[in-house]
Every structure is written in structure tokens, then in C-alpha cells.
Design a protein around this ligand. Sequence first.
Ligand SMILES: Cc1cc2nc3c(=O)[nH]c(=O)nc-3n(C[C@H](O)[C@H](O)[C@H](O)COP(=O)(O)OP(=O)(O)OC[C@H]3O[C@@H](n4cnc5c(N)ncnc54)[C@H](O)[C@@H]3O)c2cc1C
Length: 473
Amino acid sequence: MQLIWFRQDLRIQDHAALWHATRSGNCVALVILSPEQWQQHDDSPAKQIFYLRQLETLKSQLHQLNIPLLTKHIPLWKDVPHEMLQLCQRLGIDAVHANIEIGVNELKRDAQMQEKLEKHQIPFELYHDQTIFPVGSICNKSNQPYQVFSAFKKRCYELLSIGLPQCYPAVAKQEKIELNLESENTKISALTYMQSSASDQLQQLWPVTEDYALNILNHFVDSKIQQYQQERDFPDLNSTSRLSAYLNIGTVSIRQCLQAVFRKQNGHFHIDNAGQQTWLDELLWREFYQHILYQFPAVSKHQPFKSNTQKVQWRNAEQDLHAWQQGQTGIPIVDAGMRQMLQTGWMHNRVRMITAMFLTKNLLIDWRLGEKWFMQHLIDGNLAANNGGWQWCASTGTDAVPYFRIFNPITQSQKFDPNGDYIRTWVPELAHLDAKKIHDPYAYPQVRKLNYPRAIVDLSLSRKRAIEAFKAI
Ligand SMILES: Cc1cc2nc3c(=O)[nH]c(=O)nc-3n(C[C@H](O)[C@H](O)[C@H](O)COP(=O)(O)OP(=O)(O)OC[C@H]3O[C@@H](n4cnc5c(N)ncnc54)[C@H](O)[C@@H]3O)c2cc1C
């Protein structure tokens, strides 16, 4: 009997480990539920609920294939190797199959598992699945990992032009197997936050199922990708794919995304238009940050990529941090973004950049506090992408924005939300203001009596302060 262990890959199509496991014999599937560990990783309740809801749908899909799914509560990963060995012995498992996860704790857990199982002659087979190319495989001529995105991307283009990664074939239905898993199983619905009202609200905003995620992908590629380059920076347009939450828990695979991008070219790597290329580049940013996390694991241990930026004197400013977290900074575009995230679990990429730069530069508050807050609230919270995004904005990361190129949030707002519609949606106190005043209401003497705070910081002075703080190191 083969055990297929699902982790951040809750789907049955194009699944490396599932495909390999089913070729080796009859399978039983496993998901380990570790809410205590997820909390230590700052995974947001939105993301956890999303995961558990998708898990329910995976269970019924596997049922169609006659693969029973066991869900097991093991609070902390340190206990996983021991518990897994016992489980394998009870069920008579011949081999365990799973897709590689690249976080430091995940790799450590899997290395311990491998050692433990192999002592008992149970192979633990790991497959490359989450990224386009195996992590660690994209190197420069000196066999070093790339630290600059443009060079990394160029190498990826070269490799893609040799051949796009193919999706795995569909898995066949297996013979029914007799296994009594009742005593082993933890009911998914037993996790209390599944019953919260937040769960109902998220259900409407973020439907699950593999078909739903594939429909989003197909709809995006068929009707939006052409305009992606021109429209992607405008947060009030629904012009990006909104696939991040699905990619993050593996409801859809990166290979499926790539194949969809080049479907019109019959699966050949041939760039046809700027929208297609720009979206591909975003998928490669995702790839880049995952490779960086793997090659430079210190970044996930609260270390800046550029070690000298460890010396930046960040401000200890509780009140300012709180105002930023709650969307009460008095800078409308910043507040709109922070409130969008609190209410929906998602924030538009342009606004993620604006809010992150405002925190780290104008408020000169440590990027790690912002990174943590985002993880605790995003439905698509992903260690590699979040860390990469934060370190980019804070000018502490690989290929980050230079410290003196600081976005002015008002100018950004005027440029990317010209009618103010995005602000109107998330900051209803300002909804009555016209397209000019809404970006910076108190700059207009005729605007009075707003139920909205004044800016907590002077943008011009705080910009200078940030530049000085970076110059000092
Ligand atoms: C401060 C900050 C924090 C971020 N935190 C996360 C996070 O926790 N999880 C996350 O998935 N993305 C994160 N991003 C990247 C980006 O904002 C989101 O991936 C994107 O907004 C998701 O929307 P979408 O699916 O519509 O993206 P699309 O524009 O449709 O892009 C397609 C896919 O490419 C990937 N992608 C796009 N942009 C980036 C990027 N800059 N870096 C890495 N991958 C990218 C995502 O998987 C995305 O789903 C962060 C960016 C910043 C600036």
C-alpha cells in the first residue's frame, strides 16, 4: 500500500506525487492538520479556512478515485516523523510519496521523516512540483544562484524555449480497498474556526474546488491576459488573475498556468503579446522568490538579504503601526489597501507595494512587522512571495528597490486610481469626494468635517528621514 501525503497541493490533476504513488500500487491519502504549527507560521485564519474548505472538496474527488483520505491532527511538526512511522506501521504502508516543500521548517521535518522511515525500510519519495524548475537548479555560469531577477528570468526563458514543463496525466480510478480509518481520522469540521462567521463570508468571496480555480485560469487567459500589461496596476479594475490563493495551496499548479499561457501557441514557448509576457514574468517573480528562499534560507529567519541593512535604525512607533494596520493613517490609498486586506484577505499588488513602502519608508517601521501582519491576514500568504515583496519594498532584499526611490503614495494614488473608485470602495468616509480631492482630502481648504483622520506623517519630511536612515549605514 502506498501513502500519498498531500500538503500545499490540494488537487488531483497534474500532481507529481499522486501520479507517482498511483503508478506504484494502491493508495491511501493523508493530510496532516497542524493548526498550532500554522499559527506559529502566522498563517491567517482566512488562509487556514480556505485550506480546510478545499480539503473537503479534495476528499470527495479522491473518493471518486476510490482513494480514501485520512485527515490527522498532529499539532506540531516536530511530532510528525514519530507519528507517521506509527501510522505507516499500523496501515502496512510500503512507501510514502509527497511533493517537496521548500520552507526551512518543512525541509527539516521532511529530512527527519526520511531518516526515521528509512530506518524501517519505508522509502519516503519526494517530488518536484511547486515550482517550474527544481529549486536549486537555476544557476549562473559560476554555478551560483542568481540574485538579480532579470538574469534569473533570462535563464528561465532559455530553458522554457527548450520545452515547457508538461502536466502529469490524469490518475485512473483504483480498485476499492478495505481499510478502517475511522479510529485514525480527525474530522475536518472539528476544527472550530470552520464554523465561524468569517468562514461563511470567505466562502462567498473565495469559492473552492479545482474546477473553479481552473475556470479562473481559463477565463483570465481567454479574456484578460491581452490587456494585463496596461491594466494590471489599476486596483479598481479586476484585471489580474486573482489566482494567488489557489496557487498557494496548490488548487491549481504552476504547470497548468504555463500551459494555459501558451495554449494558443499549441504549447510552444512563443511570446505573442505584451500581456502574455508580463503575466509570465509575474509567474517568474513567484519562481524567483521561491528559489531565493531555498538558496538563502536566512531570509525566512527574519534576516535581511542585504546584511548591512540589519543596521537600519527602525522606529519603535506603536501608534503609527496600529494606524497602518487598521487603515487609519490618513493617506487614503494606504488605508484603502489595508482595509481591503482586512475585509477580504487579499490586496492588489500595486497597493501592497504602496502600503509596504509607506510603512518601511515614510513611517520607518521595521519591514518584519509588516511582513508578519500581511501573513496574519492574507488568504494567499506565502513565505517566499511575502518575504520577497517586503524586502523589495524595504530595500533590504535581493534586487530590491534602491532606498532613495520612495513612492509618494498620493502621486501613486492619482496615477493608478485616477477616479478614486478604489478608495471609494474601501474608505466610504471619502466616497462623496470628487476624483481630485479624494487622494489627499485635507490639501483642500474647502474640505471640512470629515470623519477621517489627518495624515499621521508628513510625506516629504518622512521621505528625507528614511533616506538619511539608509545613508547612515
Ligand atoms: C509587500 C508584498 C507582499 C506580498 N505577499 C504575497 C504573498 O504573501 N503571497 C503571494 O502569492 N504574493 C504576494 N505578493 C505578490 C503579489 O502581490 C501577489 O501575488 C498578487 O497580488 C496576487 O494577485 P493575482 O493572483 O491577481 O496576481 P497576478 O497579477 O495575476 O499574477 C499571477 C501570479 O503570479 C504570482 N505573482 C504575481 N506577482 C508576484 C510577485 N510580485 N511576487 C511573487 N509572485 C507574484 C502570484 O502567484 C500570482 O497569483 C506580495 C507583494 C508585495 C509587494
